[in-house]
Design a protein around this ligand. Structure first.
Ligand SMILES: Cc1ncc(C[n+]2csc(CCOP(=O)(O)OP(=O)(O)O)c2C)c(N)n1
Ligand SMILES: [Mg+2]
Length: 351
């Protein structure tokens, strides 16, 4: 481990790491680190492009990579993801091509949503990733309804329902958890508690001891986890998914993270975060923590780390180049996918 590093170490023995990640644990770790590095590089690049006026808006998930990569790797292709605001990396890990995501951010002609969505709202049906709703909390009850439908149709799959700490104050949180518990549905509720809802700190969001503490009131189990600890998140998510798949019902995982960047490109957290908050967050940076652990256990030699960083940079640059080379959506596509037929005027006999 780098002795100058202020990063809080992850205290796992290799045996404990293997127990958390399963038999192929070194391969899983390598994959996880690569995805985290890519997510981090993509976020940084997009924030830069937004400042240069090359994209209109961006919301980073910096600080939440351990949660997102663990969810992407621990879930199976049968599972479904209903994201909150910051789970785009889950879609990428589950198969959304980065170039396609870049096209959606630029809203160009190759964007599957044809430029009609805000940036960061990809839709990725093959990855079983539902388009994100900006309306806070609504995806929670939608996820639960979807899980009900899956079971009704006897289809396999567990629904991962993501939401932030702020969303726990929505009606949908109550309705969703209640319904899922009453009907024992295959849902893993993932509260990505990054401790802020824009400028509202988590302690102003609830008077409860934690967000996980709310679960027993609905009749399901709630667990609070360190969301910056990849091993813990992977282990607990895998267990929750396995249990829900086997008919064990829903669970609420509260994943405590740090939002290391502004809420979005429209925000300036220096106006409301207390002194020292960013420094505390940096010590719990999930990518730096995993990296330090891998280095300490000789699983990430310097040349390997440099190669992974270079590969992430190349991949991100290629995606941006492809998106910037694509033309804007043609104006005549404006009503495609909107109406069943584009014939003008009311149907015969309706006047
Ligand atoms: C119903 C609703 N109210 C308010 C907003 C404005 N808004 C956008 S993001 C946000 C905070 C969300 O915080 P949290 O759920 O913790 O998610 P995070 O942004 O931290 O990931 C709010 C209040 C909204 N989009 N929808
Ligand atoms: Mg939040």
């Amino acid at each position: 481990m780098n002795p100058d590093s202020a990063v809080e170490p992850l205290s796992y023995t290799p045996e404990e790491a293997a127990a958390a990640l399963g038999p192929e644990w070194t391969a899983t770790l390598e994959k996880a680190y690569r995805w985290m590095a890519l997510g981090r590089a993509f976020d940084a690049r997009m924030q830069g492009l937004q400042r240069q006026g090359r994209i209109g808006f961006y919301g980073a998930a910096t600080g939440q990579e351990a949660v997102n990569v663990a969810a992407g790797l621990a879930s199976t292709s049968d599972d479904w993801v209903f994201p909150g605001l910051r789970e785009q990396l889950v879609a990428l890990v589950r198969g959304l091509p980065l170039e396609e995501y870049a096209h959606s951010i630029f809203g160009d002609a190759l964007d599957p949503a044809r430029g009609r969505q805000m940036p960061c709202h990809p839709t990725a049906r093959p990855a079983h990733y539902v388009s994100m709703s900006s309306v806070i909390g609504t995806q929670i009850s939608q996820a639960v309804g979807f899980a009900y439908a899956l079971r009704h149709r006897r289809e396999r799959g567990v629904v991962l329902a993501f939401f932030g700490d702020g969303a726990t104050s929505s009606n949908d949180f109550h309705a969703g958890l209640n319904f899922a518990a009453v009907f024992d549905l295959p849902v893993v509720f993932c509260c990505a508690n990054n401790q802020w809802a824009i400028s509202v700190p988590a302690e102003r969001q609830t008077a409860a001891a934690s967000f996980a503490a709310k679960a027993p009131a609905y009749g399901l189990e709630g667990r609070q986890l360190d969301g910056t600890d990849f091993f813990a998140v992977y282990r607990e998510l895998s267990m929750a998914l396995r249990s829900a798949r086997a008919g064990g019902g829903p669970v609420l995982l509260e994943l405590r993270t740090y939002r290391l960047t502004p809420h979005s490109s429209s925000d300036d957290p220096r106006r409301y975060q207390p002194a020292g908050w960013a420094e505390e967050g940096a010590r719990r940076d999930p990518v730096a923590r995993l990296e330090a652990w891998m280095q300490a256990h000789d699983l990430l030699p310097a040349d390997r780390r440099a190669k992974i960083a270079a590969a992430a940079d190349t991949t991100v640059r290629a995606a941006v180049r492809a998106a910037e080379a694509a033309p804007p959506p043609a104006p005549e596509t404006l009503t495609e996918d909107v109406y069943a037929s584009r014939s003008s005027g009311p149907a015969e006999g309706t006047e």
